[in-house]
Write a protein that binds this ligand. Structure first.
Ligand code: OSB
Ligand code: MG
Length: 368
């Protein structure tokens, strides 16, 4: 496959409601889209999940755009065959920036699979045609407000609720949700907001039978998570710490994680994401697909990944209307608590040209 060039497009997508986590509040999603154009005539799309500020991880969207334009695109354009697997070799020489790499790799993979007439789900090894949907519920100003939000999501059919927590917003909201809604699938996500000194406090979540506690400690505190796992009954699930299949293998071997959240952007793309899935499956560790408030383009690919056999827990792959009043693709709609796995070649969805134009804030064409 020969790539003629790449279009970088920035879009501004207002969220239906502010999303508050332990690291900040998101009101608008400032997204970088990468479109690969090939000589063979196919196009491919990749959504960069980096956020506007380096608060979830060290990446942020302006820096990702710079890495794409200065290092990743030139690396791809100098390859004899712009194959996504072959592009992993020059990408590995560039340190870090997995979200930037994932966006370019996904654009190549999408183009490649469209040319081959192969859906991404089939290419990755999917075994399901629909995936169970969970929803990530932000930190709210009050417990009544939280209960109302959770009630709404349960009424829509979401099969699992994840509550964002931080010191001062943890045991009480979890207890309130458990008491009000009974035996639902419930988990929490701290986005690194605690330290090991909080172990006794985090053990107060034990009575609520949570599915898991996501990333309580800092990204690089693998030993701390292993120690915490010995002090609490709730299973630990790592998100931020799992930056590669090797990191997953290490965290599992050290007893730091017994469930894994897979985010393709965090590990450099869908190819490495599948390797994370495979390492976890080989160790009997359940996985689920996380989210980064993606548009329909990123969501389509995440849903394909969530159809793999090891993804045995509902993911943060929610319907389009949980995020945006109008998505750039045909919306993903919840049916019986599930999202359908796209069946068309590549990521299986296309942006609507008129909507895309309306939300675009900048475009840039990069060619040889
Ligand atoms: O930690 O899983 C996270 C959103 C942005 C950044 C990090 C996270 C999240 C979510 C929401 O929890 C997931 C989603 O619905 O896309
Ligand atoms: Mg998380």
């Amino acid at each position: 496959m020969k790539v003629t060039g790449f279009e970088l497009r920035r879009i501004a997508m207002p969220l239906v409601s502010p999303f508050r986590t332990s690291f900040g509040v998101e009101r608008d999603r400032d997204v970088l889209l990468v479109r690969a154009v090939t000589e063979e005539g196919a196009e491919g799309w990749g959504e960069c999940v980096a956020m506007s500020a380096p608060l979830y991880s060290s990446e942020y969207v302006d820096a990702a755009a710079e890495v794409v334009r200065r290092y990743l695109v030139p690396a791809v354009l100098s390859l004899p065959d712009a194959d996504p697997y072959q592009a992993e070799v020059p990408f590995a020489k560039i340190k870090g920036h997995p979200m930037a790499k994932a966006a370019v790799q996904t654009a190549l993979l999408d183009a490649r699979l469209r040319l081959a007439g192969m859906p991404l789900a089939a290419h990755l090894g999917a075994v399901r045609d629909r995936v169970p949907a969970g929803v990530s519920v932000g930190i709210m100003d009050s417990i009544p407000e939280l209960l109302e939000a959770v009630e709404g999501y349960l009424a829509e059919g979401y099969l699992r609720i994840k509550l964002k927590i931080q010191p001062g917003w943890d045991v009480a909201p979890v207890q309130a949700v458990r008491e009000r809604f009974g035996d639902i699938l419930l988990q929490v996500d701290a986005n690194t907001a605690y330290t090991l000194a909080d172990a006794r406090h985090l053990a107060k979540l034990d009575p609520f039978d949570l599915l898991l506690m996501e990333q309580p400690l800092p990204e690089d505190d693998i030993r701390g998570h292993a120690e915490l796992a010995r002090q609490v009954r709730t299973p630990i699930c790592l998100d931020e710490s799992i930056t590669s299949a090797r990191a997953a293998a290490d965290a599992i071997a050290l007893g730091a994680t017994s469930v894994v959240n897979i985010k393709p952007g965090r590990v450099g793309g869908y190819l490495e994401a599948r390797r994370v899935h495979d390492v976890c499956a080989a160790n009997g560790v359940p996985v689920w697909v996380g989210g980064m408030l993606e548009t329909g383009l990123g969501r389509a690919a995440n849903v394909a990944l969530a159809a793999l056999p090891g993804c045995v827990l509902p993911g943060d792959t929610s319907a389009s209307d949980r995020y945006f009043s109008r998505d750039i693709t045909a919306p993903f709609v919840l049916a019986d608590g599930h999202l359908p796995v796209p069946t068309a070649p590549g990521i299986g969805v296309d942006p609507d040209p008129a909507t895309l134009t309306e939300v675009t804030t900048a475009t840039e064409w990069l060619a040889r």
